[in-house]
Write a protein that binds this ligand. Structure first.
Ligand SMILES: *[C@@H]1O[C@H](CO)[C@@H](O)[C@H](O)[C@H]1NC(C)=O
Ligand SMILES: *[C@@H]1O[C@H](CO)[C@@H](O)[C@H](O)[C@H]1NC(C)=O
Ligand SMILES: *[C@@H]1O[C@H](CO)[C@@H](O)[C@H](O)[C@H]1NC(C)=O
Ligand SMILES: *[C@@H]1O[C@H](CO)[C@@H](O)[C@H](O)[C@H]1NC(C)=O
Ligand SMILES: *[C@@H]1O[C@H](CO)[C@@H](O)[C@H](O)[C@H]1NC(C)=O
Ligand SMILES: *[C@@H]1O[C@H](CO)[C@@H](O)[C@H](O)[C@H]1NC(C)=O
Ligand SMILES: *[C@@H]1O[C@H](CO)[C@@H](O)[C@H](O)[C@H]1NC(C)=O
Ligand SMILES: *[C@@H]1O[C@H](CO)[C@@H](O)[C@H](O)[C@H]1NC(C)=O
Ligand SMILES: *[C@@H]1O[C@H](CO)[C@@H](O)[C@H](O)[C@H]1NC(C)=O
Length: 534
């Protein structure tokens, strides 16, 4: 086993310094990251094209085409169920009401129902339903009554081009989207986290998700048993929306012979939202579970008690490794939640580049979600709080492929770029708090800087921050609760993990050493594990 010496600094600054220098440098690195990203398929889920508004074919008419009562330019009420066999467009200057118990359906993959009553109201009555691949509603007000269902589960059309959400091979792996699909194949050459099914995509539109989920893989050469991807729901409401029913965009079930499909997309934009409905863009169950999809809510005034689900699907072939969690983005506070609803997994939810202007407010990884920032040099920076709870994991670095092309190229570029001592450091930064609870872990197999101006709380047993070289700085207060661990370098580090960099060869001290020892020699067996037993 490789033995790593030296170079762990635990610097706790109780005063504030100007972090601009470091931030500028990191900005440069991010540019390099994205260049590198685009050169490697596995780590570059391409951005989907921007959401395209549905085309505007002639609208169906209320009485003739829909057997309804009234007119779409005043009030149209639908009192009998209707099934379409191709895309439809329903529009007018009035309101459109689907009365209780009425079902509108176009139960074909990728079929789209678009409703534009942007000056009036759309309502779905009690126990009424819409079953299709895509539902787009534009209205002044909208109401989805208690007991109503919009179900686009397992009815996805094509996922964005050039994404690899559907796994290849016949391993029955899950489809990917907001999170990766699971794979039940065990490969002795790889760690469990390096094995996955369909990959994640559409990170860049997680604030306005509009991608279909992906199909799961099959276990048979002859037959395709994979579950279908989840569809799309988009509700754009000028004033008020009531969500009392269910909006479902789950991945389809693959059974014991096929991987689960990945969850689809749900996007709600409104001024005000009420109701205690249920939103779900979860991965489908299957031999290996599908990844969760993406949900985003952009509502200025929320008075709702909505429950949301973005977890991966169950894996019948490997119950401990369900699909990865998808993403839930709350656009007004700019907060991201990654939750796997306590379904245990080894499969990653990829967090790609975080916006810099403005920064997001909070990031919460919870309930057994396993989030990964898959670049060696990267930055997770938020204005507010980074919180991990209930066995959540946030890991940095190209796990287990430390000497990758990325690393070498980046190192070269950065070394040429001048005296950048902090080059190999990923950065996790929160202005207020970094909180870990209930066995949550932040891990990096390279250098990791954790900065914050407020509290760092590791609250109890199993809460761990570990890296080959760990730099904690700026915190006002660090609390390491009973059984929590801060560790560097990694216990049992392998050849795959990055050797901590020797800084002694530099003329200047690394900039994070604001108060360096006189000779810059900080190698002296400074590796540490800080563990508090309660
Ligand atoms: C729908 O309304 C029309 C007109 O009021 C009526 O003739 C018809 O019976 C109703 N259909 C159902 C299913 O209630
Ligand atoms: C809807 O209202 C607009 C503006 O008042 C008008 O120009 C348009 O003709 C109306 N459409 C219909 C179908 O009545
Ligand atoms: C909906 O219809 C209105 C006209 O009534 C039009 O201005 C608007 O662009 C349409 N919205 C969409 C999303 O098609
Ligand atoms: C929309 O709802 C608000 C109250 O929530 C109401 O005042 C307004 O008249 C409604 N507008 C339409 C077009 O239904
Ligand atoms: C939604 O659709 C899926 C796939 O067709 C189906 O399995 C599920 O039972 C439906 N759920 C509801 C509540 O309609
Ligand atoms: C996950 O488990 C924890 C601890 O058992 C519990 O507090 C939490 O509510 C659970 N979360 C969900 C979404 O079930
Ligand atoms: C973090 O720890 C500090 C000091 O023990 C405590 O005052 C604070 O409430 C904790 N914050 C959270 C969010 O756990
Ligand atoms: C490191 O190895 C020791 C001895 O083999 C083992 O007890 C320990 O659990 C390992 N630690 C980790 C984090 O894998
Ligand atoms: C630390 O550095 C000193 C002087 O630079 C050197 O003599 C010593 O061998 C180094 N120790 C380790 C563990 O690398």
């Amino acid at each position: 086993m490789a033995r790593f010496s030296c170079y762990i600094f635990l610097l706790l600054f109780i005063f504030t310094i100007n972090p601009c220098l470091a931030v500028d440098q990191i900005d440069e690195f991010s540019i390099i990251d994205s260049d590198l990203l685009s050169s490697h398929g596995d780590y570059s889920p391409p951005s989907p094209p921007p959401p395209s508004l549905p085309p505007l074919p002639p609208s169906l008419s209320c009485e003739e085409d829909l057997n309804g009562i009234g007119s779409l330019d005043t009030v149209c009420e639908l009192n009998s169920s209707f099934s379409f066999d191709s895309d439809v467009y329903i529009a007018g200057n009035g309101s459109f009401h689907v009365l209780p118990n009425v079902i509108l359906s176009c139960p074909m993959k990728g079929c789209s129902i678009s409703i534009n009553v942007s000056r009036g109201e759309f309502s779905l009555g009690q126990n009424a339903g819409v079953f299709t691949g895509t539902l787009f509603v534009s209205a002044r007000n909208a109401s989805f009554s208690k007991g109503s269902v919009v179900n686009v589960s397992g009815l996805a059309g094509q996922p964005p081009a050039q994404t690899s959400g559907t796994p290849s091979g016949i391993q029955g792996a899950g489809g990917g989207h907001g999170g990766r699909g699971a794979s039940c194949v065990s490969d002795n050459m790889k760690l469990p986290d390096d094995v996955w099914g369909g990959d994640a995509y559409s990170w860049s539109s997680l604030d306005k998700p509009w991608s279909y989920g992906s199909k799961g893989g099959t276990t048979s050469k002859e037959e395709d048993y994979g579950g279908e991807g989840g569809g799309r729901i988009r509700l754009e409401v000028e004033e008020a929306i009531e969500v009392g029913g269910s909006l479902l965009a789950n991945g389809g079930d693959g059974g014991v012979k096929g991987g689960g499909g990945s969850g689809g997309s749900i996007y709600i934009k409104a001024h005000r939202m009420t109701g205690s409905g249920w939103l779900s863009a979860s991965g489908g169950n299957g031999f290996a579970g599908g990844g969760g999809g993406r949900i985003s809510i952009n509502v200025f005034s929320r008075h709702d008690d909505i429950e949301f689900f973005i977890h991966g699907g169950k894996s019948f072939g490997c119950p401990d490794n369900s699909g990865a969690a998808g993403t839930y983005y709350d656009a007004v506070p700019q907060s991201l939640i990654v939750s796997n609803h306590n379904m245990s997994t080894n499969t990653d939810t990829l967090l790609m580049e975080f916006p810099k202007q403005p920064l997001w407010t909070n990031v919460h990884v919870r309930d057994h979600a396993k989030a990964s920032v898959p670049l060696l040099w990267s930055r997770v920076q938020v204005r507010g709080q980074i919180r991990l709870s209930c066995s959540a994991v946030l890991s940095f670095g190209l796990a287990h492929f430390a000497s990758s092309e990325f690393e070498l190229m980046a190192e070269e570029l950065l070394m040429n770029g001048g005296a950048d001592a902090i080059v190999a450091t990923s950065l996790l930064e929160a202005s207020n708090l970094v909180v870990l609870r209930e066995s949550s872990v932040i891990h990096s197999n390279a250098n990791l800087g954790v900065h914050g101006q407020g509290f760092l709380n590791l609250s109890g047993p199993g809460d761990t921050i570990e890296a080959q070289r760990l730099i904690l700085s700026l915190f006002f207060s660090i609390k390491v609760g009973p059984g929590s661990i801060l560790r560097g370098p990694l216990e049992n580090a392998s050849d795959n993990d990055m050797a901590p960099r020797l800084y002694c060869e530099f003329q200047d001290c690394p900039i994070e050493l604001l108060h360096p020892p006189e000779d810059c020699n900080v190698n002296s067996s400074l590796s540490f594990t800080l563990q508090v037993f309660g």
